[in-house]
Design a protein around this ligand. Structure first.
Ligand code: NDP
Length: 447
């Protein structure tokens, strides 16, 4: 069997065994495609069922989450935790609370997390979890009761050396607080290393809130520099207006860029003179409002409920909202309007068609696996601080983050070069992430 046939056989089996999970299929297809050159050069990576084991989570948990709403009505949600791979360290990855969450979405996120965590160079395995619970429009008390019920089941499966969840879409500081409180109560121990993204006075790390957005900008800075460009004077689009987007906007503007647009799921906002980051934080982090409230209070910002944010002419695009938000048509439009750099803050925000188009046209493209690794990397730094009962300064932690992102970029670029496709950061990130996990799995035997 040649390598193409070998990889097709893995993928066909995966489709059969994981029906109805298109996002998981998409994530695996991209990685398998990158691994063909590795299997050609180093066929031993095809031994011992290594690739098939990599694509099969070590454990998948699905559980009922009953809770009582403010009207006294019982609500039932579904909870998930997919513990994908622990060859490099305890499972590590966020929890997502969003109505679209299902097993396939959690599996795609967990799969990506394995490679991303490996790329950071830190000792963390990959996992992901969440629920189809929608925190939007719920009172604090409802969110608290939901989190308590969710943790009542989840606590059996997590721990500092076992599995360390964090935030993702719909899970921020408030939710982590309620989850940690319930965990602490159930186990009767202040085991701070069990969750990351904690408050600063009870085991959290400085820079964790900013880390994914800042890390995205640090990595993009490296990519821009590698191609003779910089953020200074650049026009940048950032989709979304959540945790990742806000801090990507903040750091890009600090480096001299003008962020000309951002969005949420209700609308997008055109900001030709840049974003007032303090106002955006007030609207999104404090009031939990919609982007229209930003426009109501800002100078020179326009709200759009039709068209697409990707229609704006920019130099750099940073998709930071959700999966498959940037399709083939959007990619074409970005390119026609002069955009030559795209880096993913969200997980898999670009469709396969968009990525292929960017590759054909020579648009420099950093995949989420590499570009948004700063969040989990700083979570691992939070774990280090918890283990040593220490807390580091903002500047020290930020500098560690910056170095990690620089290494992620360098390792991805070097792997792309080594396998004959210089500048293909998708290929490079997949291969660099893969090799470290694969070597650990081979060393640890068939388990
Ligand atoms: P938040 O919940 O803080 O923000 C998500 C943002 O994306 C909101 O503006 C939200 O708008 C928008 N959004 C969500 N779903 C959709 C949708 N279906 N269509 C359009 N817009 C949507 O999440 P984060 O910022 O934490 O996460 C954003 C992305 O980054 C996700 O892909 C996540 O997996 C990824 N990521 C996050 C990390 C982190 O540390 N937080 C780490 C690495 C990756 P609205 O409020 O209207 O729903």
């Amino acid at each position: 069997m040649n390598v193409d046939e070998q990889v097709s056989s893995y993928y066909d089996l995966l489709l059969k065994r994981n029906a109805g999970e298109p996002e998981f299929h998409q994530a695996v297809a991209e990685v398998l495609d990158s691994l063909k050159v590795v299997l050609e050069k180093d066929p031993h990576y095809g031994d011992y069922g290594l690739i098939q084991r990599l694509c099969e989570p070590e454990r998948q948990l699905i559980f009922r989450v009953p809770w009582v709403d403010d009207d006294g009505v019982v609500q039932i949600n579904r909870g998930f935790r997919v513990q994908f791979n622990s060859a490099l360290g305890p499972y590590k990855g966020g929890l997502r609370f969003h109505p679209s969450v299902d097993l396939g979405i959690i599996k795609f996120l967990g799969f990506e997390q394995v490679f991303k965590n490996s790329l950071t160079g830190l000792p963390i395995g990959g996992g992901k979890g969440g629920s189809d619970f929608d925190p939007k429009g719920k009172s604090d008390a409802e969110v608290m009761r939901f989190c308590q019920s969710f943790m009542t089941e989840l606590h059996r499966y997590i721990g500092e050396y076992r599995d360390v969840p964090a935030g993702d879409i719909g899970v921020g500081g408030r939710e982590i607080g309620y989850l940690f409180g319930q965990f602490r109560r159930l186990v009767n121990r202040h085991e701070s290393g069990v969750l990351t993204g904690k408050g600063l006075s009870w085991g959290g790390s400085l820079v964790r809130t900013e880390a994914t957005g800042y890390g995205l900008v640090y990595l993009t800075q490296e990519m821009l520099a590698a191609h003779g460009s910089s953020f200074d004077g650049a026009k940048v689009i950032v989709s979304g207006s959540g945790n990742v987007a806000i801090y990507a906007i903040e750091k890009a503007q600090e480096l001299g860029a003008t962020v000309i647009g951002f969005s949420d799921s209700s609308a997008w906002v055109e900001t030709p003179d840049g974003v007032d980051v303090e106002l955006l934080k007030e609207v999104k982090e404090v009031r939990r409002g919609r982007v229209s409230e930003y426009v109501d209070n800002a100078q020179g910002a326009t709200l759009h409920t039709d068209g697409s944010i990707w229609d704006l002419a920019c130099d750099v695009a940073l998709p930071c909202a959700t999966q498959n938000e940037l399709g083939g048509e959007h990619a074409r439009k970005l390119y026609e309007n002069g955009c030559h750099f795209v880096a993913e803050g969200a997980n898999m925000p670009s469709t396969a068609e968009a990525i292929e188009f960017f590759r054909e046209k020579g648009v420099h493209f950093a995949p989420g696996k590499a570009a948004n690794a700063g969040g989990v990397a700083t979570s691992a730094l939070e774990m280090q601080q918890n283990a040593s009962r220490d807390s580091w300064s903002f500047d020290y932690t930020d500098e560690r983050l910056r170095k990690i992102m620089s290494n992620v970029f360098t390792h991805s670029a070097e792997a792309a070069e080594e396998y004959g496709r210089p500048g293909d950061y998708v290929l490079g990130a997949n291969i660099a992430g893969f090799k470290k996990v694969a070597d650990a799995m081979l060393a640890q035997g068939v388990i």
